[in-house]
Design a protein around this ligand. Structure first.
Ligand SMILES: *Cc1c(COP(=O)(O)O)cnc(C)c1O
Length: 363
């Protein structure tokens, strides 16, 4: 089976993890935490980076730090992974869903202002599948309406809007290092911000709200969202190989695109102008002209030992967030979208095989 995603661990991962064990620094103290944060900061030109236990915790921490509370509304795209919505509910606030742009699969800024009310406090754009949201329009809307912007960059490490890395444009950027993400720590996450006050708040909240200067004094109700030194050890080794991982993924994107762009019934997402997307998962859209439906294609490829995954289901279709408004583009993409195997450990031969099989599909 060719897996849809696989970690790429060919650097110092083993060496650094063994160092944690050999030195007894296996919990959330230890040198790799700071080293990983520092290296990540320099990688994406972030001012302050803070490790967390996972991407969802990063998003929750960001919302808690900007003070999202009961009665508040937070704007998100309808097409996303469920944690973007869940973290809003963790704060007893309400997610407000917005359709996405058909070509980029990211939130459509032209639809945002209609949904802003006096309860709206923040926008969470999601850089879906490594594609970059229209950050300039989003930042302008946020400024006009006095809203925070929390970037969900869980799928877009290294992507750029103009000359800025995603995650560093809004008030806080949130990353995930789950096993299938562009770089991984097994489970893990990171918050980045240029705002010292927000960094200090997130630092406090992630560690039980314990005063950094007075042990066992807790001024607020915090969480335990710490990353372990072992995870950070893997993370440091991963970021050491970051440029290589991104460039392998770029080449894979080009190979896929070249082979599949002539195939009738297959279309692709597009990048927003002036952005540099990253290839988290190579996405195709199965149009009506293709011999098989999207779901039939998934089943067929599985039989041919190729694991794929459908695009996310819409938040508006899930019991906690149900609504019956029409989100035309989100709906269409969710029904047509398919992610093909993408990871730096995938071989050229694997991609050839996948493309041969897809382009050979007949009715
Ligand atoms: C993976 C992901 C998350 C959550 O990250 P975890 O580390 O799995 O908690 C959040 N948002 C998006 C868009 C994701 O893809």
């Amino acid at each position: 089976m060719i897996p849809v995603s696989q970690p790429y661990m060919f650097g110092n991962e083993r060496k650094y993890v063994l160092n944690c064990i050999d030195t007894n620094w296996i919990s959330s103290g230890g040198k790799y935490i700071k080293e990983f944060e520092n290296k990540f900061e320099s990688l994406i030109d972030a001012k302050y980076a803070l490790t967390t236990s996972n991407g969802t915790a990063s998003l929750h921490l960001a919302l808690a730090a900007i003070g999202i509370k009961e009665g508040d509304e937070v704007i998100i795209p309808n097409l996303t992974f469920v944690s973007t919505a869940n973290v809003i509910r963790y704060c007893n606030a309400t997610p407000v869903l917005i359709d996405v742009k058909k070509n980029t699969a990211c939130i459509d800024p032209t639809l945002i202002e209609k949904k802003i009310s006096d309860r709206t406090k923040a926008i969470i754009p999601v850089h879906l599948y490594g594609n970059v949201a229209d950050m300039q329009s989003i930042m302008n809307i946020a400024k006009r309406n006095n809203l925070f912007v929390i970037e969900d960059a869980a799928e877009a490490h290294g992507a750029m809007y103009k000359n800025e890395y995603v995650g560093t444009i809004g008030d806080v950027g949130c990353f995930s290092f789950f096993g299938n993400k562009i770089i991984t720590t097994g489970e893990g996450g990171m918050c980045v911000t240029k705002n010292r006050e927000l960094y200090d708040k997130m630092f406090l909240l992630k560690n039980h709200g314990m005063s950094p200067t007075e042990r066992f004094y807790h001024s607020v109700i915090g969480f335990n969202y710490r990353m372990t030194n072992i995870q950070a050890a893997v993370g440091l080794a991963q970021v050491e190989n970051f440029e290589k991982i991104i460039s392998i993924r770029d080449q894979q994107y080009l190979k896929y695109f070249k082979r599949l762009s002539g195939v009738e019934g297959i279309s692709f997402l597009e990048s927003e102008p002036s952005t540099r997307s990253v290839n988290w998962m190579f996405s195709i859209l199965i149009e009506d002209e293709f011999p098989l439906s999207r779901d039939e294609t998934i089943t067929y490829l599985e039989k041919m030992s190729i694991e794929t995954r459908p695009f996310f289901k819409l938040m508006s279709k899930m019991p906690p967030y149900l609504d019956d408004l029409l989100y035309e583009n989100s709906e269409e993409l969710s029904n047509k979208g398919l992610n093909l195997p993408s990871s730096a450990s995938l071989s050229d031969g694997d991609i050839e095989k996948i493309c041969d099989i897809i382009s050979g599909i007949q009715k």
